[in-house]
Design a protein around this ligand. Structure first.
Ligand code: NAD
Ligand code: MG
Length: 390
């Protein structure tokens, strides 16, 4: 039987997720083709990708527009720039699925635009659900759009739920490697540098999520993301540290049975599962060798040394615009840390202070989410300029 080719739009194609998604397209030319590629800064890589995959359109950041336009002149590829263009290209009739792999709040509007146009979403951009989960999931429901998780933990839960859709989830366990500073105390954390924080033990990812993994805010964001994806309350979501990153997460059902999904840490698998769902497609990814892992270990997270997890639970419990504020303050703090403006321990401190400062809105509209994001950024930004150390 002839396969139908799925035409995809990859938002954030030059990033860690975007480039791995293109490896999957390259390995499956009879099943996938690229309709749209987008990037903010890395014009040269975007040009190279566009020439190799011949999309219908590309979108690039304003500074790089002239360069990309010129380089692709001889090719039959439309070149656009700006946030509006991102929202328009995902709605093109020829797009069958959108891989949302932009980092941060910047990915929100294009994902909403894609849902509005009825496009299935492969969602890597967890910040979209953290910021505006209520709005995004209700819009997806209204439009009959499926959101397939790409985040490895959420993909694991989703895979465990195959064949279980009528069975209630008692709780889920999100696994976390613990990052580069697992087992360390606050005194140690007060001395760590950007280079230390960027060394993740098991995964190679973009810089923002790598810092989020070091602070454990990544797990905090994933708690909120899981709540929206699987309709769970905060008390149904637990975090367990699993340093080997082999078990990617677990679901516990009402009879007490626990299902886990496991494999070597490789984002290509969850990306591929989302792009081909419901099919499992043969791959050449490296296979797990049990003998190489004689023990898989588990421990409780240290919520005192890594307060980000608790901040996320607090934001989730209170809801409204608070997760949006947490996310915006975290984006500002991470970027300030990467610019050597604040220390590692200042990151959760900036987030906490911003959460206490920004005015609460219980059921925000999209405009109010955007306004809360700006207000939180302003607040966090001013905190990074003052000495707020613990
Ligand atoms: P990255 O920094 O490697 O890539 C980000 C991409 O987004 C780039 O293509 C960049 O050009 C684009 N981008 C950045 N700012 C933009 C803006 N303002 N407007 C338009 N485009 C912009 O990030 P990544 O590690 O690939 O992560 C992407 C998303 O996937 C994040 O939300 C992250 O949390 C999530 N995620 C990543 C991994 C991973 O292994 N990298 C795992 C799970 C989830
Ligand atoms: Mg994850």
């Amino acid at each position: 039987m002839k396969q139908e080719i799925r035409r995809i739009a990859i938002l954030g194609s030059t990033g860690s997720i975007g480039t791995q998604a293109l490896d999957i397209v390259r390995a499956n030319p009879e099943r996938l083709s690229v309709e749209v590629l987008t990037a903010q800064n890395n014009a040269d890589l975007l040009i190279e990708q566009a020439i190799a995959f011949e999309p219908n359109a590309v979108v690039v950041g304003e500074d790089k527009y002239a360069h990309v336009k010129e380089a692709l002149q001889k090719h039959d590829i439309k070149v656009y720039t700006g946030a509006e263009a991102l929202c328009q290209v995902v709605q093109m009739e020829t797009v069958d699925m959108v891989l949302a792999a932009i980092v941060g709040f910047a990915g929100l509007r294009s994902t909403i635009a894609a849902i509005e146009a009825g496009k299935p979403i492969a969602l890597a951009n967890k910040e979209t659900l953290v910021v505006a989960g209520a709005l995004v999931t209700s819009l997806a429901k209204e439009k009959g759009v499926n959101i397939y998780p790409v985040d490895s933990e959420h993909s694991a839960i989703f895979q465990c739920l195959a064949g279980e859709f009528h069975n209630k989830i008692e709780k889920i366990y999100l696994t976390a490697s613990g990052g580069p500073f697992r087992g360390k105390d606050k005194k140690f954390l007060s001395t760590v540098t950007k280079a230390d924080a960027l060394k993740h033990p098991n995964w190679s990812m973009g810089s923002k999520i790598t810092i989020d993994s070091a602070t454990m805010m990544n797990k905090g964001l994933e708690i909120i993301e899981a709540g929206w994806l699987f309709g769970l309350k905060p008390e149904q979501i637990d975090v367990i540290i699993h340093p080997q990153s082999i078990i990617h997460s677990l679901v516990q059902f009402e009879d007490g049975s626990i299902k886990a999904q496991m494999g070597l840490p490789d984002m290509k698998l969850p990306i591929q599962y989302a792009l081909f769902y419901p099919q499992r497609v043969a791959s050449t990814f490296k296979r797990f060798d049990f003998a190489a892992y004689p023990s898989l270990t588990f421990e409780k997270p240290d919520m005192n040394t890594f307060p980000a997890i608790q901040l996320a639970y607090d934001a989730m419990k209170k809801g409204g615009n608070l997760p949006c504020v947490l996310n915006a303050a975290n984006e500002v703090a991470v970027s300030a840390f990467l610019n050597d403006e604040i220390s590692f321990l200042d990151i959760p401190a900036v987030v906490e202070k911003s959460m206490n400062k920004v005015s609460f809105i219980a059921t925000p509209t999209l405009q109010e989410y955007i306004a809360s994001d700006s207000e939180a950024r302003k607040e966090a930004h001013s905190l990074t300029k003052t000495k707020i150390s613990l």
